[in-house]
Ligand binder design. Structure first.
Ligand code: GLN
Length: 456
């Protein structure tokens, strides 16, 4: 814990931590030490973690990297962080992210962007650690913490993990409680660990998962011992290669990496089969209707009355002006864009044309996966991202859709509620990490982690 606190002090340029809790960390580390000495050391005992700012942490500022939550200090603890603390974990502080987890580069944060510890060849250009869990990715990759929590609505654990060369798993929807995690799109949001390797991910995920009566979508299922399932034995497993993930214009290096991944799994004894997920091309448009729709509804609660910051009002301003001014000042541009898109697709005249159609497409995407699993496929191998990390600022002036395209391989997994893991798979010609993704059957995170372990 002390080594991490020192490393954090020296790494201000990464802008990964946005709120440090050194006193709390030392106190938790001392308590963990006593537990270890007493012979009662659960899995996470004494392990120093960073916590994404989207998790409400009791008595510690939790702003979801938004101006509108300025000054918000929760009086309660999220279930996931409570599970970690009960298992002896230590919190070093809160980690940077895109505002309300909306973004793929950590550039929509009220705290400014986090920076990747990686550089392209000899260039000075600062690169994105990805998003929205950019602070988590940067902190783990730069050894500022042993592991971090992330959340993933459309790729926010897997894309940043791939961009910085670490492991990140989004479990099946319902595995981790969403209670106390600031909501973005409730039918897609899931928490998960971001770690240095697959074994750490297995250990931390097991601690994070639990059935929670406070989240009605939390699954009432026993949580297996994921670490015990890491045998590395994947003989006879069927790994599907979806042809629709072969995108036009994808860098040859990503293709080569994908082929290498196939080869590694084959050598380990898996059977590689070609599969089709025919509705893949509709996933991004469906996601960028459903996620903003749910966000516009979830974010209605930030009205200047209940949480965080209220705008300064002029003489004669009424409650409408108070809402308008607070939301105009408190939300950044990307969040405002999503609220507008979401409100539009849910509005009476357009609901059927957009929202309902997107929901039907979502059902077809889910069915694509069910069909291949019914054919005996155990897991699906794809690239994690269509490119290596891009430079900060390179995408922000462009059409916002360009940034959205970065999520092409990850959003299907959230739409279908499946578990997905990104594992580091090598470096590109400029020395930047690239990741592969494995998608698993629902509730079979143990087997998925084991397949990822075989790729490590
Ligand atoms: N980049 C995607 C978005 O902006 C996904 C974000 C996430 O998973 N939280 O919506």
């Amino acid at each position: 814990t002390e080594a991490c606190l020192t490393a954090i002090e020296g790494a201000g340029a990464l802008n990964a931590f946005v709120h440090n809790t050194p006193e709390l960390a030392i106190e938790q580390a001392k308590a963990a030490d006593l537990r270890i000495k007493a012979g009662d050391a659960p899995d996470m005992c004494g392990l120093p973690l960073g916590i994404k700012d989207l998790f409400c942490t009791k008595g510690v500022p939790s702003q979801a990297a938004s101006g509108i939550l300025n000054g918000f200090v929760p009086g309660y603890e999220s279930t996931v962080t409570q599970n970690l603390f009960d298992a002896g974990a230590v919190m070093l502080g809160k980690l940077n992210m895109d505002e309300f987890a909306m973004g793929s580069s950590n550039e929509t944060s009220v705290y400014g962007n986090a920076v990747s510890p990686w550089r392209r060849g000899n260039e000075e250009t600062a690169l994105t650690p990805g998003g929205s869990s950019g602070g988590s990715a940067s902190a783990v990759a730069a050894d500022l913490c042993l592991a971090a929590t992330g959340t993933d609505t459309g790729g926010s654990i897997r894309q940043p993990a791939a961009f910085v060369g670490i492991t990140g798993i989004k479990p099946t929807y319902g595995r981790c409680s969403r209670w106390g995690v600031v909501a973005f799109a409730s039918s897609l949001d899931q928490a998960g660990p971001m770690t240095k390797n697959v074994r750490d991910a297995a250990i931390m995920l097991e601690t994070m998962c639990s059935h929670d009566p406070k989240d009605s979508t939390s699954a009432d299922l026993a949580v297996p011992n994921f670490e015990a399932m890491l045998t590395g034995d994947i003989r006879g497993k069927k790994i599907g290669i979806p042809k629709e993930y072969q995108m036009d214009g994808m860098p040859a290096e990503i293709d080569a990496l994908w082929a290498e991944g196939r080869e590694m799994l084959k050598v380990a004894g898996a059977e590689i089969v070609d599969i089709s997920l025919p509705h893949t091309k509709y996933a991004l448009p469906a996601y960028y209707v459903i996620a903003p729709a749910e966000a516009s509804s979830n974010l209605a609660r930030y009205d200047g009355v209940r949480y965080g910051q209220r705008a300064t009002l002029a003489q004669g301003d009424g409650i409408t002006e108070m809402y308008e001014k607070t939301r105009a000042e408190g939300f950044g541009h990307e969040v405002q864009r999503r609220v507008m898109v979401g409100t539009y697709v849910l509005s009476a005249g357009f609901y059927d044309a957009y929202y309902n159609r997107a929901r039907r497409v979502r059902a077809l995407i889910k069915k694509d996966f069910e069909d291949v699993f019914a054919q005996g496929v155990d897991a699906i191998l794809t690239p994690a991202t269509p490119s290596a990390a891009f430079g900060l600022g390179e995408m922000t002036d462009a059409d916002p859709v360009k940034m959205y395209l970065n999520d092409v391989f990850t959003v299907t997994v959230n739409l279908a509620g499946l578990p997905g893991i990104a594992v580091p798979a090598g470096l590109d010609s400029q020395g930047l990490p690239l990741g592969l993704q494995l998608i698993g059957r629902p509730w079979e995170e143990g087997d998925l982690l084991n397949a990822a372990y075989a790729l490590e």
